[in-house]
Design a protein around this ligand. Structure first.
Ligand SMILES: NC(=O)c1ccc[n+]([C@@H]2O[C@H](COP(=O)([O-])OP(=O)(O)OC[C@H]3O[C@@H](n4cnc5c(N)ncnc54)[C@H](OP(=O)(O)O)[C@@H]3O)[C@@H](O)[C@H]2O)c1
Length: 236
């Protein structure tokens, strides 16, 4: 497969970081973005040490201006984005009755509005080129009911619904939209107690990275539209 220019949001840790390293090893040009610059710089150094191409830009997906500036800088350096991976995401574990408006705004701004804005930033150029791929890292929480995750589930289910419509609207332009639904994966999203307790049961972020690599490596006329990936023993 020829090398692709791939933008991964929320790539400073966890699934985003391992996706960056995996897709780089597969021969692609990687752009990592997130808020924590030092972590991004370390990832780029690791990739460049192996004589592969990568860049890091600070991008807060809750800021439209930050996204627009980032896409402009990516275009100046590489000309285009072949694959956007909407991976940046956060959660707050609270029952619905304890959830407050700032919790709602925080989760929606990053998980739903952030992915909306990043997708919009790349879309018009993808339509002009009649090629491009947007991959959303959703969650099994979009498909099943997890107590203590109502707002998170709503954000992921919202992005699923929005992307399903986008797929229909952009098929005619040869654009691929893929939704990945991971189950519990051992990353900093979970607190240290939960990680220690379930470490052997959770998936590793590199497992999700490998699935994303498979999604990207499909033939030109094939799209994996949805893929659910769970630990063998199921949800926690
Ligand atoms: N771990 C799981 O069990 C699991 C399961 C299903 C789905 N997921 C999804 O997988 C994705 C990655 O999560 P993870 O598990 O790898 O957790 P993580 O290690 O906490 O990664 C979250 C990433 O999002 C970034 N981020 C947070 N707020 C941001 C903002 N305002 N702007 C830009 N980036 C922001 C963080 O970077 P900065 O803080 O540096 O900005 C970080 O790189 C998320 O969408 C999550 O919902 C995770």
């Amino acid at each position: 497969m020829p090398s692709k220019i791939i933008w991964i949001t929320g790539a400073s840790t966890g699934i985003g970081k391992d996706t960056a390293l995996t897709l780089s090893k597969a021969g692609n040009i990687i752009i990592v973005t997130a808020r924590r610059k030092s972590r991004l710089v370390n990832i780029v150094s690791e990739i460049k040490f192996s004589e592969r191409e990568a860049s890091a830009f600070v991008c807060d997906v809750s800021s439209e201006r930050s996204i627009q500036t980032t896409y402009k800088r990516i275009k100046e350096r590489y000309g285009k984005v072949d694959v956007l991976i909407n991976n940046a995401g956060v959660t707050v574990f609270k029952n619905f009755s304890e959830s407050k408006t700032p919790d709602f705004d925080y989760i929606m701004d990053i998980n739903l509005r952030g992915a909306f804005l990043c997708s919009k930033s790349v879309l018009s150029d993808m339509i002009k080129r009649k090629s491009g791929h947007i991959i959303n890292v959703l969650s099994t929480a979009a498909k099943t009911s997890l107590e203590g995750s109502s707002l998170y589930s709503a954000s992921k289910a919202g992005l699923m619904a929005m992307s399903d419509v986008l797929r229909k609207e952009t098929r005619k332009f040869n654009i691929k939209i893929s939704n990945v639904f991971p189950g519990a994966t051992e990353t900093p999203m979970w607190d240290s107690k939960t990680r220690a307790k379930y470490k052997n049961r959770m998936m590793d972020s590199v497992d999700i990275a490998n699935v994303i690599n498979t999604i990207i490596n499909q033939p030109k006329k094939v799209v994996i539209e949805e893929i659910v990936v769970r630990p063998v023993k199921g949800d926690l």
